[in-house]
Design a binder for this molecule. Structure first.
Ligand code: FUB
Ligand code: ZN
Length: 655
């Protein structure tokens, strides 16, 4: 792995070495298009929305209640409520660091002033434990979330330091980290938190301070897990990833967010300690998980009961939990693996997850969110009042807040740091991983300045133009990811001389002495395509899905004639889906006649009597991008669509 000697200071993830060097928020700006709209909404609406809800729900007030000695009586929210205040602070710091809103610094300072007095002299900081009338500190490591909360506090402190410089928040975070090392280091409590998160945060703090002991503590936490450090529970120790040591595990299992945060932390430790075996173990787990336990959307976790991964190929669309936070955590993991290895398949999964999970969660106005991201909604929900908390997984509409409201602040911090996921550099040049209108300016090795501008209407259109603004008079390489979803079609790359060549999924490169004004153009084939599943995903047998570019599509009842629900839809994969207006797709198909077979008293029949219910033709079934569903009121929705005829041979995997 190469050393990252030249590093931006405004980096969400700042490994000291790796195949690729990340670019910071001071080097990459998103300037328009799909992600710019969402980032603006995030900065203008979501940050305030989260702060207002946490004021109202009392989660911010918990810190004052702790200081005033009434926390045992007045505490509000779940045991991990502090963490959402910290995640909001992290989001605000990244947003401030990428130039959003001048008022953010004052808001960060005000929240920090509220939190600071609640920290105890030895660095301990929790509103849920340790004060008179509360359970003692660290008396409930499996469920207490004290270290999980520190993890988010430390990440907020690191973000603040990198985005705005040393600050009071950073000092609070550092005192908490010192307390963790003193309490859980060698000779201390030999435990781990039931919810990983501290690992990745401690590594990032080590990276930002240069203090080895934070890295050592993170490595200790990674290695302690998997040996029965936590109590056994009804879901089994796999829930906490405490069943098998990280370096021996072959697949992600148990609670999805926990598993993914732990894997991200393990990559961080592996990269900083040069532990190739640990890195290889996580790569193996990622591969198996992507091959067997991941939804078409990139969503992870199919169990509602314990928010966990199911067994291999247990991916029921109508019971998909696919928590938004698991999507965020999956992007975190893939990004770290991409930086470590340079393998574009990690950027492929990050893209899929960003467009189909992270972008799906928030409403258009950024003030309501999906917690769970099902792929099939069978009944229309009721409209949740705009001012009410919601059960997290049951609504067919996004809700403004949840009793467990981990997802909104996670979306906020991800969108705030998104420009940093677009591009990287190495000794040879610049690599583009995600496509958006952007300005990129950095220095290549040896202080050679490069600036480029990316223009695209992706993911509506597939044309990506890169215009060179500044370039040294030496050859270097511009690399562009050719997404895996182009498999079976042709993508084209044109160099500055207009010479065009077909490029295969993976990475396409242009190496030369670039001149200002040179243009490189990537054309990605955006025609909508049918997607079939591995036959072992039994829950979607006899169905197909539609993908257009990186976007997964769905049928939504509001687009069907006569008030039909989506279960009336059947599509005909012998003909191709086509582009419709406004990013819709029109799929050939038909609608079942209402009432058939609903009228049957018993849903099962001798096979000889089974026949498809009567159907009527239609001009075509309108499909919309999955990320946009439920923006037009309550609806039923499905991604996997039954085919008109039982399919003799299930299609191979196409995506
Ligand atoms: O336990 C903290 C967070 O709450 C988890 O990451 C989410 O899955 C939710 O359960
Ligand atoms: Zn969540």
């Amino acid at each position: 792995m190469r050393e990252n000697t030249e590093r931006s200071s405004v980096l969400p993830v700042a490994p000291s070495r790796g195949r690729l060097r990340p670019l910071g928020l001071d080097e990459v700006q998103i300037t328009g298009g799909f992600w710019d709209r969402r980032r603006q909404v995030n900065a203008i609406a979501t940050l305030d929305h989260c702060r207002d809800w946490m004021e109202r729900a009392g989660w911010i007030g918990n810190f004052s209640a702790a200081v005033e000695g009434r926390i045992h009586r007045d505490r509000r929210g779940r045991e991990f409520a502090d963490s959402d205040v910290y995640k909001l602070l992290e989001a605000m710091a990244w947003a401030a660091g990428s130039g959003a809103g001048t008022g953010l610094d004052a808001q960060i300072a005000a929240l920090t002033e509220t939190i600071a007095p609640a920290q105890e002299p030895d660095g301990y900081l929790s509103t849920a434990f340790g004060r008179p009338g509360q359970q003692p500190r660290y008396s409930d490591l499996p469920w207490g979330h004290e270290l999980y909360c520190y993890g988010h506090l430390i990440q907020a402190g690191v973000a603040q330091t990198r985005a705005r410089g040393e600050s009071e928040l950073a000092k609070i975070a550092r005192r908490a980290a010192d307390h963790v090392c003193a309490t859980f280091g060698p000779g201390g409590i030999e435990g781990v938190c039931g919810h990983p998160e501290i690992e990745t945060a401690l590594v990032e703090l080590a990276r930002t301070t240069g203090e080895q002991r934070y890295l050592d503590q993170a490595a200790l936490f990674v290695d302690r897990r998997g040996h029965g450090a936590l109590a056994d529970i009804e879901f089994g120790r796999a829930y906490f990833q405490d069943d098998v040591p990280v370096r021996e595990a072959t697949v992600l299992r148990g609670h999805a967010v926990r598993a993914l945060y732990l894997a991200a932390g393990a990559v961080d430790v592996a990269v900083e300690t040069g532990d190739e075996d640990l890195l290889a173990a996580v790569v193996r787990q990622w591969e198996t998980t992507v091959a067997r336990r991941t939804y078409l959307t990139g969503g992870m976790g199919s169990h509602h009961r314990d928010e966990s991964f199911g067994d291999d190929f247990v991916l029921p669309p109508d019971r998909a939990y696919a928590e938004t936070c698991a999507g965020v955590a999956s992007v975190m993991l893939s990004w770290r693996l991409l930086l470590a290895t340079g393998d574009p398949r990690y950027a492929d999964l990050a893209e899929r997850t960003l467009f189909n999970v992270v972008a799906t969660s928030p409403s258009e106005d950024g003030r309501a969110f999906f917690y769970a991201n099902t792929l099939h909604r069978r009944r229309r929900g009721t409209v949740s009042p705009a001012d009410a908390e919601s059960p997290r997984a049951e609504s067919s509409l996004r809700a403004p807040w949840f009793a467990v409201s981990c997802c909104p602040t996670n979306v906020a911090r991800t969108l705030a740091q998104l420009p940093a996921y677009l591009a990287t550099a190495d000794d040879h040049g610049i690599q583009l991983h995600q496509y958006a209108d952007a300005e990129i300016a950095t220095s290549l090795a040896g202080g050679r300045d490069v600036a480029l501008r990316v223009r695209t209407d992706y993911p509506s259109g597939g044309c990506v133009t890169v215009r060179i603004g500044r370039s040294p008079a030496h050859p270097w390489t511009l690399s562009l990811r050719v997404p895996a979803w182009t498999r079976g079609t042709t993508a084209w790359l044109a160099d500055p001389d207009g010479v065009r060549r077909a490029v295969a999924p993976g990475t396409a490169e242009v190496t030369r002495v670039f001149r200002p004004g040179d243009e490189i153009r990537l054309d990605l084939p955006m025609a909508p395509r049918w997607i079939g599943a591995d036959p072992r995903v039994d829950a979607v047998r006899g169905t197909v899905a539609v993908q257009r570019g990186p976007l997964v599509y769905c049928a939504e009842s509001v687009d069907l004639p006569g008030g039909r629900e989506v279960d009336a839809v059947r599509v005909d994969p012998s003909a191709e889906p086509e582009d419709g207006p406004d990013d819709t797709v029109v799929a050939p198909g038909e609608l079942a006649v209402p009432g058939q077979p609903d009228g049957a008293a018993w849903p099962y029949r001798p096979l000889a009597e089974a026949s498809a219910s009567a159907a009527e033709g239609t001009a075509g079934i309108v499909l919309v991008p999955y990320h946009s569903w439920a923006n037009r009121g309550p609806s039923t929705m499905r991604v996997w669509l039954p085919t008109t005829e039982p399919r003799a041979t299930p299609p191979g995997r196409q995506s």
